[in-house]
Design a protein around this ligand. Structure first.
Ligand code: MAN
Length: 353
């Protein structure tokens, strides 16, 4: 099946070997899912860097963060009957879940949006405290009234929730802790207030009743969130039958707030789609693409750490008002870029009657 994404010729634009690991003894396994923003006339990404020790034959080893900020390496024999390791991303050992890699967030910048490098004197963002001991992941960046809001997934043995840090200069950060408790991720704050309130999309997972659906919430201050509403569900038999989650901050267009989202099916194929919310009341979904706007098709999207995945949480809108450049994780291992025309996305939207 063809999609409407115009992929960068240079893809993948970043691979794990392109930057150094954060710590001696670890190597970068995956470079993925960047949040993207503009700052000081450059395009920046805050990329997820997933690390682990070099793997030895017959063993699985992975790092976790201790409260004193040191790293502990857990080593488990692959023959251990208490280990269940069928997913590259997460294992279960003695009844507890662990991630196979530890992620932090790293800043990269670019003059042309295609070649990224690590600038000097900017910090790496690491997990902090007992709610981030398995790392921080998949950051969305929203600039609102001069402050950058960073919403990311905080992972620990306590669960997967949404963390928030804010900054104005990318050197000093205020940590607001966990703003939405487990199980929740994929939180994207709108880049404008609506009727005086902050709005955000987020994705709780309800295990027994309900599912992995996109929700909407509002807030008076960007930190305390309430008035949650279920917005967009999975669709049986379609490409987004198992889970849906928001991409970056919705895009304000004359027709409404346009959100790009990921959807996965039972086979863990991750595609992208789009939906449109009412400008004045984003709890009203007025249109949604039936077909995906992007499907994993290229070699680097089909094979890698976790193949068959395109996942985005960062984009830049061109001054022409029509071109969206998305940055996306391919196969959970590489960073890639692609462009869409908003007008072309509209042609795939099916409006509610
Ligand atoms: C899922 C995947 C992983 C991620 C964990 C925790 O297993 O999305 O990439 O590390 O959740 O967020």
């Amino acid at each position: 099946m063809k999609d409407i994404a115009k992929r960068f010729r240079e893809n993948p634009i970043l691979s794990p070997s392109d930057i150094p690991a954060s710590t001696n003894g670890l190597e970068i396994t995956c470079l993925l899912n960047p949040g993207v923003f503009e700052f000081q006339e450059k395009i920046w990404m805050i990329v997820r860097v997933a690390e682990r020790p070099k793997q030895k034959k017959d063993f699985i080893s992975f790092p976790i963060l201790k409260e004193d900020k040191t790293i502990q390496i857990i080593v488990i024999s692959k023959n251990d009957h208490e280990l269940s390791a069928s997913d590259a991303r997460v294992i279960n050992y003695k009844g507890s879940d662990y991630l196979t890699t530890l992620s932090h967030l790293r800043l990269l910048c670019s003059d042309d949006g295609r070649h990224f490098y690590e600038p000097e004197d900017y910090p790496m963002l690491m997990g902090e405290g007992i709610l981030e001991s398995f790392g921080i992941e998949d950051c969305r960046v929203t600039l609102l009234e001069g402050t950058y809001y960073l919403t990311f997934t905080s992972v620990s043995e306590n669960g997967v929730g949404v963390g928030l840090r804010t900054t104005t200069d990318w050197k000093n950060f205020q940590n607001h802790g966990m703003i939405i408790p487990p199980h929740n991720k994929d939180c994207a704050i709108f880049d404008e207030k609506i009727n005086g309130l902050f709005y955000a999309l987020h994705r709780p997972s309800s295990v027994e009743i309900g599912g992995n659906y996109i929700w909407l919430t509002s807030s008076p201050d960007g930190i305390h969130w309430g008035n949650h509403k279920c917005l967009l569900k999975v669709r049986k038999g379609l490409w987004d039958s198992k889970r849906v989650g928001a991409g970056a901050s919705p895009i304000k267009t004359e027709k409404g707030w346009l959100a790009i989202y990921h959807g996965a099916n039972e086979a863990h194929q991750y595609c992208l789609g789009a939906f449109l919310m009412d400008l004045n009341d984003p709890s009203k979904v007025i249109a949604r693409t039936e077909k995906p706007i992007m499907i994993p098709t290229e070699e680097y999207e089909l094979t890698g750490f976790f193949g068959n995945v395109v996942f985005t949480n960062g984009h830049i809108i061109d001054p022409d008002g029509d071109t969206v450049t998305i940055y996306y994780g391919a196969s959970d291992e590489f960073v890639c870029g692609a462009q869409f025309s908003i007008k072309e996305i509209y042609t795939l939207l099916i409006f509610e009657k």
